[in-house]
Design a protein around this ligand. Structure first.
Ligand code: GAL
Length: 725
């Protein structure tokens, strides 16, 4: 018997320390995931989430099946609580967990009463220097609260603790080793293992006695398996059943994939035997208003954006284990992941290091079934060398997961190398030469080029080209397996970093995940077979650049050739700039007019860029020379939300010209109203930045509809309806 129930609803919250005598009326009703505080976009301060709060939930146990073992154990599984959780049931302490990024389980069985039970979780979200990532200055905010999911799990006393499917010899004669951990050995009990293919068909089956607490069973001769690839990420399911005397005692399933991922001694990375240059971005998990408490849809949205809108093949979960929902989506869409333990530059004392190792273990045990993950980051990002600590970290990672290589992100090339892959944050122009292979660049750009979506055009183009240059160099460098830029999305930070408004504008997208110009450089590297990209990196003005004019014009595209016209005047056909970007699959186009196009000498006309692929016209972009705001473009990330009280959609609002180009200097006020079964999250009226912004819609607990009205001066208002149910 295994009963698993979501425990996200029905919580009570108080932003203060309360004991179990405090009446429920002193609490507010909330649903998880939850941030201990809702933030303003404009005034986020790390001091604001650093307090002790109390979460409470009344519950009765579900009725157990008649044949259930009356000694069943009851667990609460927490996916993430920032930063220290003290869990008690009916006033009795069950346990304390330190560390905000890793899951933990509490066995509450011995404290349960018949009928109503009261669960209390006291959450201390202060930046405790004894707990990673804290102790030094940290360039990101962690926020606070029970910010990931919680589940109730009821199992037999004898149950499956973990199941780790380990595909081997994937490219020659596929085998599957299955590591099982049971609560206890019982030679009279039986383990049954079932392998299901992506369609759900059972393709292999076997059984063995449960005669050891940890055991490995192998499927030696498997039928042909579908590989997990970036284009077709086939996912299999392994199910373990534990039974005794013919009675099923426990059942546990894990999703995984058959793939071979290897950083090779020649410097390359290969997926399933095929060399692949890694091309990616770092991701912080935080969002405006809700801190780190983004529910499943927003987690999955980030993975989709990285893969589809940014054309990345890898993401680094800087600088901590991220949501299972994010990683699940990476598995489903074929996006590789470099996952690392929590920290930032600082190493604490022995107790701190023990917590870091405990986090590392929890991360690997939670995530080693994900085919998307290809590398473990076992070193605190940019920390000094520590032979003993990092020796242990590498040993632990290799013991817990012999299938993956380790990396450890450093920012100085002379550092001690204990890992399998030399992972380096490489900010200067050019490529640093550690002369160690394999070598992966794990950060560049970032603070070298903070850029806002509403910056001057030259800055935004230069930002995009800064990313393009580094990727061009890494792609041409035989020792470098790939590069992961800093970073995908702008993020909130401490006062010691960022632009003074507690935001690091290091993203190729803004904090709402809306594109800056650099995002189009990334997207333009996609194979044209998957999407034709054509983006002229200009807002096409007479006088926004220093000195005026538009020379040169940069175009990000994966077309073979482009054609440029101004008004009716044909300017020429142009090829990608292979001279300056010889290694990129799709170099930017640099259009230089021999005679500088003189905006003051001739009337100003619209720009037309046409992209040709395989000799055919494949895309066209026009940019208005009048720049009159034409429409409010409103795009919801989902048309339907679950009525679970926590599902959320992002609604993007942009002001566009008559050809659909965002007008970055339209810093207008936008009024939004919502009626119906959902909550509006955002500061209303909204202010557009860079011609764009977003608000969020959070489902209530009841089915219905959310009718949203979005309006700004002069332009037609937009109505949007989201289904909730
Ligand atoms: C790195 C660091 C990142 C971020 C970045 C900004 O040194 O690892 O977390 O702060 O700088 O460019």
């Amino acid at each position: 018997m295994r009963i698993v129930r979501s425990f996200n609803d029905g919580w009570l919250f108080s932003p203060a320390l309360q004991d179990h005598h405090t009446p429920d009326s002193a609490f507010e009703r909330i649903t998880l995931p939850h941030s201990n505080r809702r933030f303003s976009y404009y005034a986020v301060d790390s001091a604001d989430y650093q307090f002790v709060s109390t979460y409470r939930r009344h519950f009765t146990l579900p009725v157990l099946p008649q044949d259930a073992d009356q000694k069943a154990r009851v667990f609460l599984d927490f996916d993430g609580v920032m930063l220290v959780a003290t869990v008690s049931v009916n006033g009795a302490l069950c346990g304390v967990h330190q560390g905000g990024f890793t899951p933990f389980s509490m066995d509450i069985t011995d404290h349960l009463a018949a009928g109503d039970n009261l669960l209390t979780v006291v959450v201390d979200s202060t930046e405790n220097p004894c707990i990673p990532p804290y102790g030094g200055l940290v360039d990101y905010l962690t926020f606070g609260g029970i910010y990931r999911d919680v589940r109730l799990r009821i199992v037999d006393p004898c149950h499956i603790v973990s199941l780790f499917p380990r595909p081997c010899q994937v490219l020659t004669s596929p085998r599957l080793d299955c590591d099982l951990h049971l609560t206890a050995a019982d030679a009279s009990a039986e383990i049954e293992l079932l392998l299901q293919d992506p369609q759900g068909l059972v393709v292999a089956w076997q059984s063995c006695p449960a005669d050891a607490e940890t055991l490995t069973a192998s499927f030696d001769s498997l039928p042909a398996v579908a590989l997990w690839t970036l284009e077709a990420p086939a996912l299999y399911t392994l199910t373990a059943r534990l039974s005794h005397g013919g009675i099923l005692k426990d059942e546990h399933s894990v999703r995984f994939g058959f793939r071979h991922a290897e950083f090779r001694a020649d410097g390359s990375f290969a997926l399933n035997g095929h060399p692949l240059k890694l091309f990616g971005l770092n991701r912080h998990q935080t969002y405006p208003y809700i801190g780190a408490a983004a529910p499943q849809h927003l987690q999955a949205l980030d993975a989709d954006i990285l893969k589809e809108d940014l054309g990345c093949n890898i993401v680094r979960t800087s600088h901590y284990p991220q949501s299972p929902h994010f990683l699940n989506r990476c598995d489903e869409i074929g996006l590789l992941v470099f996952e690392e333990l929590a920290g930032w530059q600082h190493i604490g004392d022995e107790a701190w290091k023990a917590l870091a190792l405990q986090d590392l273990q929890a991360m690997i045990e939670r995530d080693r079934h994900h085919p998307a993950i290809i590398l473990w980051g076992v070193r605190i990002n940019e920390s000094p060398d520590d032979e003993d600590f990092y020796g242990q970290a590498n040993w632990l990672a290799r013991r817990l997961d012999p299938t993956r290589q380790t990396g450890g992100v450093r920012n100085f090339i002379q550092s001690e190398f204990l890992e399998d892959v030399f992972t380096l944050n490489d900010f200067p122009e050019g490529i640093q030469q550690p002369r160690i292979r394999p070598h992966l660049i794990t950060e560049f750009a970032g603070h070298m080029f903070p850029t806002k979506a509403w910056d001057h055009e030259e800055r935004r183009v230069a930002h995009a080209l800064h990313h393009a240059r580094k990727h061009d160099l890494q792609m041409g460098h035989p020792d470098v397996a790939g590069a992961i830029g800093w970073c995908a999305f702008d993020y909130h930070t401490h006062r010691e970093f960022g632009s003074g408004d507690r935001i690091c504008y290091h993203g190729v997208m803004d904090i709402h995940r809306l594109p800056k110009m650099a995002a189009y450089f990334y997207r333009s590297q996609k194979p044209p077979e998957s999407e034709i990209v054509l983006y002229a990196a200009t807002q096409w003005t007479m006088g926004d650049r220093s000195g005026g004019g538009n020379n040169p014009l940069t175009v990000f595209s994966n077309c073979d050739e482009i054609e440029v016209s101004i008004g009716e005047a044909f300017q020429g056909r142009f090829l990608p700039d292979r001279e300056h970007y010889p290694h990129l699959p799709h170099p930017p186009f640099t259009v230089r007019w021999a005679e500088p196009y003189n905006p003051w000498g001739t009337p100003f006309r619209d720009l037309t860029v046409r992209g040709y692929w395989g000799g055919e016209l494949a895309a066209e972009q026009k940019i208005d020379s009048v720049h009159t705001p034409h429409a409010l473009r409103v795009t919801a990330s989902a048309s339907h939300l679950k009525a679970d009280g926590s599902d959320m959609a992002r609604v993007a609002v942009q002001i566009v010209d008559r050809f659909g180009n965002v007008l970055p200097y339209q810093m207008r006020v936008v009024h939004v109203t919502l009626q119906g079964a959902a909550e509006l999250i955002g500061e209303i009226p909204l202010v557009l930045r860079g011609g764009q912004t977003a608000f969020y819609v959070k489902a209530g607990g009841a089915p219905g509809e959310a009718a949203i009205h979005i309006a700004t001066a002069e332009l037609p208002a937009v109505r949007l309806t989201l289904g909730i149910g």
